[in-house]
Ligand binder design. Structure first.
Ligand SMILES: [Zn+2]
Length: 326
């Protein structure tokens, strides 16, 4: 009979399917999912300047991580995260970059985020039904991130080896692509729009004005440094925000950028780097599933890509060299 199912000669009835699911400890959805997590709608524009090889390597790594996540989900009795949905109150059309400021305020309000700094962007995205994947890439690969979809779930990919403020901007930028898709008027540059979204999302206009004041002639580097640590947004991005929100006029902004270039701060900012983001949802779900006996220890080890012994040591909080493969 199983041979017939596998050969598409016949399909199991729903009763049989339920029993199979019960026997193998998976949810019925398991049988309907395309087992290879195909990434669709990948935003390649920025990625296209990467070599084909680098892009393939990154895509392979992302697919593998997404597959592990989806296969873990199959063992849980219920979906652990709410499905992704944007607030319905968002404006359907964006005709200028400035319109993005209000869209962001509406989004933050609709999701109950207020206007405060977002402590961990990854957590925020994961809690709202998106998958966040870190892949081994950083400045030397020229890869910062991309947005894609798997089975209708938005997947946001970010390079693991970037500083935290850069990762946060990338996550917000890619999230911007997800939110803005289908809303931008003809002629609006999608990259510029995603950048504006990212800045506005990490530091909403009212906060920028509250922090800097409505009108300024210049900003002190130390001010920008403090704000970088508070909002996880680079000093350079703060200059952008000050201009976009109208705190600095264009000549003052140009003068500030010139100073940054003279000092080499556009390459390396003078204050402490912001700590990198670390996704936690997957690890948390594995241990949850293990504690409740939804999965075995060897399945958990497999999901982490670890030898069983290393996994057991990790589980028992014993000293080990093993690092969770993410
Ligand atoms: Zn982009």
């Amino acid at each position: 009979m199983i041979g017939k199912y596998e050969g598409d000669a016949t399909v199991p009835s729903s009763d049989v399917l339920l029993k199979l699911a019960e026997t193998f400890g998976v949810r019925v959805e398991f049988f309907f999912r395309q087992r290879d997590a195909r990434l669709t709608g990948v935003e390649y524009r920025k990625a296209s300047r990467l070599g084909r090889k680098t892009l393939d390597r990154i895509e392979g790594n992302v697919r593998e991580q997404v597959e592990r996540f989806l296969s873990l989900e199959d063992y849980l009795p219920a979906r652990p995260i709410t499905p992704f949905a944007l607030p319905e109150t968002l404006p359907p059309a964006i005709s200028t970059l400035g319109d993005i400021e209000d869209l962001v305020l509406g989004l933050r309000e609709g999701w109950g985020l207020g206007n405060d700094p977002i402590p961990v962007v990854t957590d925020m995205l994961e809690e709202r039904g998106m998958l966040v994947v870190q892949c081994p890439a950083g400045p030397e690969d020229k890869f910062d991130g991309l947005a894609a979809e798997v089975d209708g779930i938005p997947v946001i990919v970010v390079g693991r080896d970037w500083p935290g403020d850069r990762q946060r901007f990338t996550l917000a930028h890619e999230f911007g692509h997800v939110v803005l898709r289908g809303r931008l008027a003809d002629g609006l540059d999608e990259e510029a729009a995603a950048n504006r979204f990212a800045g506005a999302f990490l530091a909403p206009a009212p906060e920028v004005i509250k922090e800097l004041g409505p009108r300024r002639t210049r900003l002190e580097p130390r001010e920008l440094c403090v704000l970088k640590q508070t909002y996880g947004l680079s000093m350079g991005a703060w200059l952008f925000r000050a201009r976009d929100v109208g705190v600095l006029d264009q000549p003052s902004y140009v003068a500030a950028v010139k100073q940054f270039r003279i000092k080499g701060w556009h390459r390396r900012e003078p204050c402490e780097p912001y700590p990198p983001e670390r996704p936690q949802l997957f690890e948390q779900m594995v241990f949850h599933a293990l504690a409740e006996d939804y999965i075995t220890e060897s399945k958990a080890a497999e999901l982490f890509g670890l030898p069983l012994m290393d996994f057991v040591a990790l589980r028992n909080m014993e000293p080990t060299d093993a690092v969770v493969d993410q």
